[in-house]
Design a protein around this ligand. Structure first.
Ligand SMILES: Nc1ncnc2c1ncn2[C@@H]1O[C@H](COP(=O)(O)OP(=O)(O)OP(=O)(O)O)[C@@H](O)[C@H]1O
Ligand SMILES: [Mg+2]
Length: 485
């Protein structure tokens, strides 16, 4: 069963706060995260999908009012509840106004009262969400507008999310459901995938779905680092262990004790460092540089690589034994071009994330743009899509729709080349080969025009459905497949 609502407490974990957190956590539908410092709260909001935040306005290290009022804009659906000293406390009204809080509770926190208010607040939040969705579906818009229009049946999928990962495709749904299962175990995990496919986001989501949530998640990029430095970052060092080591250093493995260490770009570590890592994975022992004592550290390793490790093992560049140790479980994030159904939901998510859908700055995105995105290769994957959308939102004027005009030149050009022109070259090919190439291109064009509705395309081409299916196979045509881009 999936977790339904996540509640974040930002408060000094005094017995009363603990009691309230514990009684909410007893409900099967709630997950509770307690952040003892403002910094931890910001991190939890970044990595986990939080539905409600209950925050003490008097945190020592953080201006909670400012933090919550920023969240109003970055996370508009997040319900906010304040914990204040007393009803008569100065500035209460101003705090309520600035944060647009749903409610406030007074100290000392009463567990039972907190539970009731949290429950009611989440119900209200859910009702508001449903209301917004209905209103949007009722608005009958121009068919060429993708956002804010009533989608043709089955054409637009609902967005799902695993913490901050957003998706709608089957392949991501399967991957995330597997990742949720694996997160609960203590197995090391290896995440592979091209650059920008969301490996780090997935690692963070898994940490927040494990029993290690309340211990730290520490990330280390292993690329481009000297062995000595990497060793000291991960295993720590004693003062004077090398020039520049002016004091003792704990090292990430021990700093994250009880939690998770994310090792990014694992393919880049040197052969000798691979040996140290292997020893750590086998024994769980940490020996700081310059020390002769070994210490234990209980951490779960999640490693990521954008180069296929198996190939590096075959080429003798990565130790096979370490590869198998790291891959207690392996998860592969598909490139964006292989999951075109994620493009509409990701686009909508990024428009919102970058402020486009706030106070109607941008009214929506044209279908044209979505189609261009679906036909582009996206070598930089989701990161590249996000950058493109951010740029478009920045260029758009208030009250506009995002259209082709806002696309960066590379993408705007792609459309003209991809759809409207057939490429015919007589360079040494036989007539039969040229005719086939033309046939493949024409079939693709009609399929795209019909949005891959095969019955419709078959009708238009004067083929039977089986005939069309044969052509699709013959010319290896696939929806959203890579094209010159
Ligand atoms: N499914 C997704 N939903 C929302 N945002 C995503 C998704 N996938 C990636 N992103 C965003 O794309 C960017 C890149 O993601 P991330 O850093 O996790 O990729 P990566 O696979 O670690 O890339 P690299 O190999 O280059 O380090 C981030 O800004 C992240 O927020
Ligand atoms: Mg990364």
């Amino acid at each position: 069963m999936g977790v339904q609502s996540t509640i974040l407490f930002v408060a000094d974990p005094c017995p009363r706060v603990r009691a309230a957190a514990a009684s909410l956590a007893r409900e099967p539908d709630y997950r509770v995260i307690v952040a003892e410092r403002g910094g931890d709260a910001a991190e939890a909001i970044n990595d986990a999908h939080v539905d409600l935040i209950l925050a003490d306005v008097d945190m020592a290290d953080c201006d909670v009012i400012a933090f919550l009022s920023r969240l109003r804009f970055t996370h508009p659906n997040l319900v906010r509840i304040l914990l204040v000293e007393g009803e008569s406390c100065a500035g209460l009204n101003e705090a309520l106004t600035r944060t647009a809080a749903y409610q406030y509770l007074t100290k000392p926190l009463q567990a039972e009262q907190a539970c009731l208010v949290v429950k009611r607040a989440l119900e209200t939040g859910e009702l508001a969400r449903r209301h917004r969705r209905l209103v949007r579906e009722l608005k009958i818009g121009d068919d060429s507008i993708f956002l804010q229009s009533k989608p043709p049946a089955g054409a637009r999928d609902e967005a799902s999310h695993f913490e901050r990962l957003v998706y709608a495709s089957e392949s991501m749904a399967e991957l995330c459901s597997l990742a949720r299962e694996v997160a609960r175990t203590d197995l090391p995990v290896l995440i592979e995938g091209e650059t920008g496919t969301g490996k780090e986001l997935l690692a963070r989501a898994m940490h927040f779905h494990s029993r290690r949530t309340s211990s730290p998640l520490m990330a280390q990029n292993c690329g481009g680092m000297r062995d000595e430095l990497l060793h000291s970052e991960l295993f720590g060092h004693k003062r004077g262990a090398f020039t520049g080591a002016i004091s003792d250093r704990l090292g990430l493995f021990r700093a994250a004790d009880g939690g998770t260490v994310f090792l990014d770009e694992i393919s880049e570590v040197s052969p000798s460092f691979q040996v140290s890592l292997l020893r750590f994975l086998q024994e769980g022992e940490v020996k700081p540089l310059g020390s002769d004592k070994t210490m234990k550290a209980d951490v779960r390793i999640i490693a990521a690589s954008n180069k296929p490790l198996k190939q590096l093992v075959r080429a003798g560049q990565f130790r096979e034994d370490l590869y198998f140790r790291l891959k207690g479980f392996d998860l592969e994030l598909p490139p964006l071009r292989a999951r075109p159904t994620d493009i509409p939901v990701l686009t909508e998510y990024f428009v919102r994330k970058h402020g486009g859908l706030l106070s109607n700055r941008v009214l929506g995105v044209s279908n044209d743009v979505i189609e261009i995105f679906k036909s582009y290769r996206f070598p930089g994957n989701v990161r590249e899509l996000e950058n493109e959308v951010r740029r478009m939102v920045a260029l758009a004027k208030d009250g506009e729709y995002l259209t082709r005009r806002h696309l960066s030149p590379a993408l705007a050009a792609l459309r003209a080349g991809a759809h409207d022109r057939l490429v015919l070259k007589a360079d040494g090919k036989t007539l039969k080969e040229m005719v086939e190439s033309l046939e493949g291109q024409l079939v693709r064009q009609v399929l795209e025009k019909c949005r891959w509705n095969q019955s419709k395309a078959a009708r238009e081409l004067g083929l039977s459905r089986v005939g069309l299916a044969n052509k699709i196979r013959r010319y290896a045509l696939a929806e959203g497949a890579a094209r010159a881009g």
